[in-house]
Write a protein that binds this ligand. Structure first.
Ligand SMILES: C[S@@+](CC[C@H](N)C(=O)[O-])C[C@H]1O[C@@H](n2cnc3c(N)ncnc32)[C@H](O)[C@@H]1O
Length: 339
């Protein structure tokens, strides 16, 4: 049984811990850090690498903990002392490279040590080095609290930033948002600020549903998404509409809303404008949600939105909230339930 570690969006620690336990068999959480979890499971490695709510997953080869830890110290230990138990997952994998990362930034190391570690890996595995396009990557990862991990990456860069549209959420974020809504096959699901469609597209991919509705007030985006949905043959109903009114959605008709409304940073809305906007949004959500219906909302505003929710205590229960970092920006995720 391997020990794994996965990186994920900082701030979602408790959600990721719960999802791991739910998604994998006999999961034991060994260590939970900001944006990184170490765990064991009896589930097959091929299923572990398919988890969509994490950024990357690695098989742990060696762990380090020392307040004076550096990448070179880790490299030195790996070259000179460590016994390297390198897993072989596929006989087709023949080439590798070593990536060194400090506090989430790729970071240069002593090249002589790096070459020595490459030689050691070659000796034990018979793999060849390929620094440009390898089959396998070994990562030496150093974190700010003096913890380090050496592991073999088992996930591929499934959706690299290049293939995302501007403002489009990454799949690991949309996956967590959808999962937080407690998905159910009877769900009538709505994303009223749909943009590129990342949230409803993830929703239809990961679980059964009854209806998935997507709306946006930008006609161009709606046209684009309609074409995309047709091309991908997805059962998503896409409409043009104002989320503050939702004219085509009946009262008490929606089970789940999962959405990413404008954050107010880029379109420079003032605080009072945002207050009015989010108030109207919550009124509109209250109208269309069924009693007990859930809304999961991702917002760049924290204090403002939490303050605003105080005016809605007769309408919504705030069940969970997370302070997260999305593409380096502080954001909040709120799960509210209609009373
Ligand atoms: C933060 S973006 C959503 C991005 C989306 N989650 C994605 O991954 O592509 C917010 C979206 O809300 C839309 N929007 C802004 N005001 C709106 C309103 N009053 N009604 C409906 N949509 C609105 C914008 O056109 C934009 O597409």
């Amino acid at each position: 049984m391997y020990i794994y570690y996965s990186t994920f969006v900082s701030g979602f620690e408790n959600a990721v811990k719960d999802f791991l336990i739910k998604s994998l068999d006999k999961t034991k959480i060994v260590l939970l850090l900001d944006g990184l979890v170490v765990y064991t499971t009896t589930t097959d490695v091929n299923k572990v690498k398919e988890l969509r709510f994490v950024n990357n997953t690695f098989i742990l080869i060696k762990e380090f903990s020392d307040k004076n830890l550096s990448l070179d110290l880790m490299l030195n230990e790996l070259v000179n002392n460590a016994k390297l138990n390198i897993p072989v997952l596929s006989v087709r994998q023949k080439t590798f490279r070593i990536i060194t990362s400090k506090e989430n930034q790729l970071s240069a190391v002593d090249n002589t040590l790096l070459i020595k570690l490459e030689e050691k890996i070659k000796y034990f595995t018979k793999y060849r080095t390929n620094r440009k396009k390898p089959d396998i990557e070994f990562w030496i990862l150093l974190r700010s609290e003096g913890r380090g991990f050496f592991g073999m990456r088992i996930t591929h860069n499934h959706d690299s930033a290049k293939s995302l549209q501007q403002g489009e959420l990454r799949p690991e974020v949309t996956n967590i948002l959808c999962q937080l809504s407690d998905m159910n096959k009877t769900d009538v699901f709505l994303d009223p600020f749909v943009g590129s469609g990342a949230i409803p597209i993830e929703r239809v991919k990961i679980n059964k549903y009854t209806r998935v509705i997507a709306t946006d007030n930008d006609k161009k985006l709606v046209n684009y998404l309609q074409t995309n949905v047709q091309r991908m043959n997805l059962k998503i109903e896409v409409y043009n509409g104002d989320a503050l009114v939702l004219p085509s959605i009946a009262n008490n008709s929606i089970d789940k809303i999962v959405t990413d409304p404008p954050w107010g940073i880029f379109n420079k809305k003032s605080e009072s404008e945002l207050n009015i906007f989010y108030t109207q949004m919550l009124q509109s959500f209250f109208r269309v949600l069924k009693p007990g219906g859930v809304a999961v909302v991702l917002l760049g505003q924290r204090e403002l939105f939490l303050d605003l929710l105080k005016d809605f205590t007769d309408k919504f229960i705030l069940e969970q909230n997370f302070s997260v970092l999305i593409s380096g920006k502080k954001a909040g995720v709120y799960k509210i339930i209609k009373k």
